[in-house]
Design a protein around this ligand. Structure first.
Ligand SMILES: Cc1cc2nc3c(=O)[nH]c(=O)nc-3n(C[C@H](O)[C@H](O)[C@H](O)COP(=O)(O)OP(=O)(O)OC[C@H]3O[C@@H](n4cnc5c(N)ncnc54)[C@H](O)[C@@H]3O)c2cc1C
Length: 389
């Protein structure tokens, strides 16, 4: 059996590693190979605890335990993460994953795939270097997938714009800023030697997002001198799109951004790129009659049900109100005043709190949280408070 992997980002590289290390003849194509894909580069505990090589690898990265959350009409709050976030430059992360694939035995080809056509039971792939035949294709060509017959058919409503600057400087903490009337947020991520300062938002033009980000940078002393601008598309599927999502077909499977597998609230995509690659490889290696059907089932059982549920919550999280205030502002205030709520936030940052079950947990905790808040507001130091910035 021969498998062609189209795209060498985290998803393609990891799928190629998994298949090649199981003895499958695997060819990976990427037009750029390792490159600095516009991205925050943040990996949650969920990702690196499931794939410990990400933590163990000597690849340069920042290990971050401090985050500051801010929202309109609330005092920013510092949250010390009990499970750190790892932040990589995407060049370094991609290079490490491609190197692992090559060492597992995958053939790596730097070329663009121009098209894929069925030829009997096989695929004929056209590249700038010539043609190649394969039994299965893994389509991991990212959010700007040029192969229109494969993967998610992304409409404008199912994407958000994400843009920002790589700013020279050093920091050790993450900043997250929620903004009025924006389904998205601003982030400042520390990286080795620079910061990634960016904004993502659904339903707002890139120019308006850029203006919001530049205003924030000015107000927070983040200079654009020597900074490099970046922008990209982030899949952000609505509920209907999840139901119709084209993730697989006869002898092909789409993984990562090409299959729209991104958290619709946080924009986390690297974990889902790796996880879907792992599941696609598992489906092929199981050698069942229909690996694509097996892949769909594995995805559903693993995480797509939760991401679909998240897509129903997204609008409410960013635009809804609770106790006469914006939910995002209440989140910041509750994090400051309630240990019970803070532990929910810890789990959200670690990626261990599924969206299914979140509402139940919040309501179960609500009485306790409100009592903590009242005590904290009224009695000052009765309950230990996190730092306020
Ligand atoms: C601004 C921004 C910030 C983000 N921050 C985070 C974050 O902090 N944490 C997180 O988890 N996620 C983040 N994401 C999401 C994350 O970047 C993506 O989910 C992740 O890169 C998906 O990996 P992938 O392998 O599916 O696709 P990609 O990383 O996009 O890789 C696709 C690859 O396919 C190649 N390719 C495309 N077409 C062809 C072709 N025809 N032939 C050959 N090769 C081809 C490309 O060169 C590319 O290397 C962010 C996204 C954006 C836009």
């Amino acid at each position: 059996m021969k498998v062609a992997v189209l795209g060498g980002g985290p998803s393609g590289a990891f799928a190629a590693e998994r298949l090649a290390s199981a003895g499958i003849r695997t060819v990976l194509f990427d037009e750029k190979l390792a490159w600095e894909k516009p991205c925050g580069g943040g990996l949650t505990w969920k990702a690196w605890s499931q794939y410990p090589f990400l933590f163990d690898s000597p690849t340069p990265r920042k290990t971050v335990t401090e985050t500051v959350l801010a929202a309109p009409k609330s005092t920013p709050v510092k949250l010390t993460l009990d499970r750190p976030l790892l932040i990589f430059s995407r060049y370094d992360l991609n290079a490490m994953l491609l190197d692992r694939a090559a060492r597992a035995g995958a053939q790596i080809e730097q070329t663009r795939v121009l098209g894929a056509e069925r030829s009997g039971d096989a695929w004929k792939l056209r590249t700038k270097l010539g043609s190649l035949y394969a039994d299965h294709c893994i389509v991991a060509t990212g959010a700007r997938n040029p192969l229109r017959d494969f993967g998610t058919e992304l409409t404008r409503a199912d994407t958000m714009c994400a843009l920002g600057y790589y700013v020279p400087g050093d920091r050790h903490r993450i900043d997250i800023q929620f903004l009025p009337k924006l389904e998205g947020y601003i982030w400042v991520f520390p990286r080795c030697g620079h910061m990634s300062v960016g904004i993502c938002g659904k339903g707002e033009p890139a120019s308006a997002l850029r203006a919001r980000l530049e205003r924030y940078m000015e107000e927070h002393g983040l200079s654009k001198d020597g900074a490099t601008f970046y922008s990209h598309v982030l899949p952000c599927l609505g509920t209907r799109a999840w139901k119709q999502n084209r993730v697989a077909g006869p002898r092909w499977m789409a993984t990562g951004d090409a299959a729209g597998l991104v958290d619709p609230i946080t924009g986390e995509g690297i974990y889902y790129a790796l996880r879907s690659a792992d599941l696609a490889a598992e489906a092929i290696l199981a050698q069942q009659e229909s690996p694509e059907l097996a892949y769909r089932r594995l995805l559903r059982r693993d995480f797509t049900g939760d991401l679909e549920f998240g897509s129903r919550l997204a609008h409410r999280v960013f635009h809804g109100s609770f106790l006469c205030g914006a939910i995002t502002s209440r989140m910041v205030q509750f994090t400051r005043l309630s240990p019970k709520f803070r532990s929910v936030m810890q789990d959200l940052f670690a990626g261990t709190q599924p969206y299914i079950g979140l509402k139940k947990r919040l309501f179960r905790n609500l009485n306790g949280s409100l009592i903590e808040i009242v005590c904290n507001l009224g009695l000052g130091r009765v309950i230990p408070r996190p730092d306020v910035v």
